[in-house]
Design a protein around this ligand. Structure first.
Ligand SMILES: C[S@@+](CC[C@H](N)C(=O)[O-])C[C@H]1O[C@@H](n2cnc3c(N)ncnc32)[C@H](O)[C@@H]1O
Length: 346
């Protein structure tokens, strides 16, 4: 990231001064091919080189090093129900201030990564997904994850996909390391049909291959920024039921609930993230949890489909209706525009 920023800065300054690469090469005494590599962020630079470049560009070192480092982060998996599409709308309903951040149905974490809170408690019942999040907190696991993902990329083929998919049926699966479980999940997510995560009634991943010739499993810059985010902030990561995940939330904290959607009576929506499913009973249990948090003085926001059932359940709170686009659905008829609600108690 730092090399990319430095390269972009040199290019930006050189262009400002309308200086071709060859002129900068002559003025600095640095080979033109090397300047090209520096601008692309492909090679490391010494202090001496930086000094020569500053001299040739006729600017102070301090000004040359005024780098804008892009440390934005985004989801590392494509997740059904992911909130990237409606992020701006969602953010317009956030409370103005809060203490600790809770996201008990974190999924791909679109809102978490956009807000980058200093103290957060994230949770998802999907154990493999949580393994992936945990890898960003520990250097050794992080390096093993990257190594293992590169291996999957190298070995990828139709046949290999199905071998990896079947690994959760292997009696040895429980002995897999955190990074191995995480990399299997990320690889399957990137290589499977439509970026869907679905397990069958026995809890085994069962999505067919996406028939891709080449699979890119991660974006290096994003991974580096993710590792920085998870190690520089106080983020607890759990894989529990949502009720357990929010039990320590206190007055002034903020909880964002993004549960599996309630289904429209006329549409076959995707709700089966895990083997247990998330039906009406679960939505009722969640509403009780929402109400209990409200009584404790916790700020709570929840998103769901704009169904009659959800409107009735949350009728005592503020219900905002928004238009959203559904990108992932096992049934193509379920894709397209739908209405969602954002429910707040503030
Ligand atoms: C709608 S997705 C979350 C989407 C996410 N906010 C995003 O931006 O990608 C719902 C998530 O809830 C998880 N989940 C389902 N039942 C749960 C439960 N009882 N407790 C905690 N998490 C659960 C699923 O594994 C799934 O990842």
């Amino acid at each position: 990231m730092i090399l990319n920023s430095f390269g972009s800065r040199i290019k930006e300054l050189r262009t400002e001064k309308m200086m071709p690469q060859l002129d900068l090469a002559k003025a600095s005494g640095i080979d033109r091919a090397q300047i090209s590599k520096i601008e692309k962020g492909k090679i490391n630079v010494t202090l001496e080189t930086i000094d020569k470049l500053a001299f040739a560009l006729n600017i102070e070192l301090k000004e040359l090093m005024n780098l804008s480092i892009d440390d934005t982060i985004h989801p590392f998996v494509k997740w059904a129900g992911g909130k990237t599409q409606i992020l701006n709308k969602l953010k317009s309903f956030l409370p103005t201030n809060y203490n600790e951040y809770y996201e008990p149905f974190v999924g791909g974490g679109a809102l978490l990564f956009s807000l980058r809170p200093k103290v957060a408690h994230i949770n998802d019942q999907n154990y493999e997904l949580v393994c992936a999040y945990k890898c960003f907190k520990n250097k050794e696991d992080f390096n093993s994850l990257k190594f293992s993902l590169k291996e999957h990329e190298k070995k990828h083929s139709e046949e290999y996909y199905y071998q990896v998919r079947a690994l959760d049926k292997d009696s040895n699966y429980n002995n897999f390391s955190l990074a191995e479980k995480a990399s299997r999940m990320i690889y399957l997510n990137k290589a499977c049909f439509n970026g869907l995560y679905r397990v069958n009634s026995k809890g085994y991943f069962n999505v067919p291959s996406g028939k891709k010739e080449k699979v890119n499993t991660f974006d290096e810059d994003n991974f580096i920024a993710l590792e920085k985010f998870f190690t520089n902030n106080k983020i607890t990561i759990t894989s529990d039921d949502f009720e357990i995940a929010v039990k320590n939330a206190k007055a002034g904290d903020f909880v964002y609930f993004d549960p599996p959607y309630d289904v429209y009576p006329d549409k076959n929506g995707f709700v089966d993230y895990g083997k247990e499913g998330f039906g009406k009973e679960e939505q009722i249990r969640l509403c009780k949890c929402y109400t209990d948090l409200n009584k404790k003085g916790v700020k709570v926001m929840l998103s769901n489909h704009n169904t009659e059932f959800i409107n009735e359940l949350y009728k005592d709170f503020n219900i905002h209706v928004i238009d959203a686009k559904r990108m992932i659905n096992s049934n193509p008829n379920g894709r397209g525009n739908v209405q969602e609600v954002i429910i707040t108690n503030y």
